[in-house]
Design a protein around this ligand. Structure first.
Ligand code: SAM
Length: 328
């Protein structure tokens, strides 16, 4: 279904939990966040119903996210059920990778072939610091495992943070030389109650750092092809690719095709706008599929044209909800 700006809205990101086994400093405040009560988190059968109805409205791609999706029990069976929905042609997962080694084969067989792994440092101590205790080696083993099994593409998402991982940019870039990974640099966004001011690093700065040491070859000619919101490049002779996702400096709202279903059952048409439509109440009041479809259509019809961030990493308007509750 097209929205009022003629964007084909065909992509639903589903947060299956707000719980996470990491506490990334830029994502979750030190004191933690108040977690959604168990009863207020959508049950799998409720999520499946939303996806089924949304697929009738034109959603064909689903990404499972969180919180950390792999901490929710029953995820593999849920994914297999999503894969079986007519009209869902593409299902992918975003994870921090901590539990990936253990679950990779089951995920693959349940229908996940495309995977995004978040990784902000290749240094064990720094990784433990930014994630407040995460084990880098577990993530690296998970990445190796998905490569061994044959997931494709394998996207490694790195949030660039000034004064934290700006010295590791080339280490990440080099991972794309002899391995088929898409390394994607993502600009830090001002979300929730975060202390991110002054840590924003634009992708232009990262690109110019990379270009001091190696050529970035745009994929598909002079203008880098886009892969979703990423502008894509590669190194000469590299097996993998390098992408730049610039939600702050070059917003891609004009081509945004997404809706988000939050863990507490709200439909959100823009990551950075707190306007949401409550689906949980009507679901639990036994609404009809037609009523549910009307709410999904309403979200699409009222999807804002663009977000309200200012192109200045230090003075950005914030939205209220944490990324962990919305689903990244
Ligand atoms: N737990 C999963 C993971 O780590 O990939 C999925 C949820 S996490 C919220 C999804 C993504 O959002 C991660 O790649 C994380 O780095 C990113 N993220 C969280 N807060 C962010 C922020 N303020 N700016 C940019 N990206 C952010």
């Amino acid at each position: 279904m097209h929205d009022q700006y003629d964007r084909d809205i065909n992509y639903l990101r589903v947060s299956v939990t707000d719980r996470c086994n990491l506490r990334c400093k830029y994502c979750v405040p030190k004191e933690g966040v108040s977690l959604i009560g168990h009863d207020d988190i959508l049950r799998y059968e409720e999520i499946l119903r939303v996806i089924r109805v949304a697929s009738d409205v034109g959603i064909s791609k689903v990404r499972i996210t969180g919180g950390e999706p792999l901490v929710r029990k029953g995820l593999i069976d849920f994914i297999a059920a999503v894969s079986a929905i007519d009209g869902i042609q593409d299902i992918s997962l975003t994870t921090n990778g901590i539990l990936l080694e253990k679950h990779a084969a089951d995920l693959f067989h349940a229908g996940i072939k495309r995977i995004n792994i978040s990784l902000d440092s290749l240094d064990s101590e720094k990784y433990a610091d930014i994630t407040r205790g995460g084990d880098l080696q577990a993530v690296l083993r998970g990445i190796e495992e998905v490569r061994r099994i044959g997931f494709s593409p394998i996207k490694i998402n790195t949030v660039a943070i000034k004064g934290f991982n700006d010295g590791e940019i080339l280490d990440f870039v080099r991972m794309s030389l002899d391995r088929p990974y898409q390394i994607r640099f993502i600009e830090l966004m001002p979300l929730g109650s975060l202390e991110n001011n002054g840590k924003y690093l634009s992708n232009e700065i990262i690109m110019s750092e990379i270009k001091k040491s190696c050529d970035l070859i745009p994929l598909n000619g002079k203008r880098a092809k886009t892969d979703g919101p990423a502008r894509m490049y590669k190194l000469d002779g590299g097996m993998g690719e390098i992408g730049f996702i610039s939600p702050v400096s070059h917003h891609f709202c004009f081509s945004c095709n997404r809706l988000r279903l939050t863990a507490d059952g709200h439909l959100r048409a823009c990551l950075l706008s707190d306007d949401e439509i409550d689906l949980k109440t009507p679901l639990r009041d036994r609404c009809s599929d037609e009523d549910l479809a009307a709410l999904v259509k309403n979200a699409i019809e009222n999807k804002p044209f663009n977000h309200t961030l200012v192109n200045d990493g230090n003075h950005l308007k914030k939205c209220i909800k944490e990324m962990s509750a919305i689903g990244g």
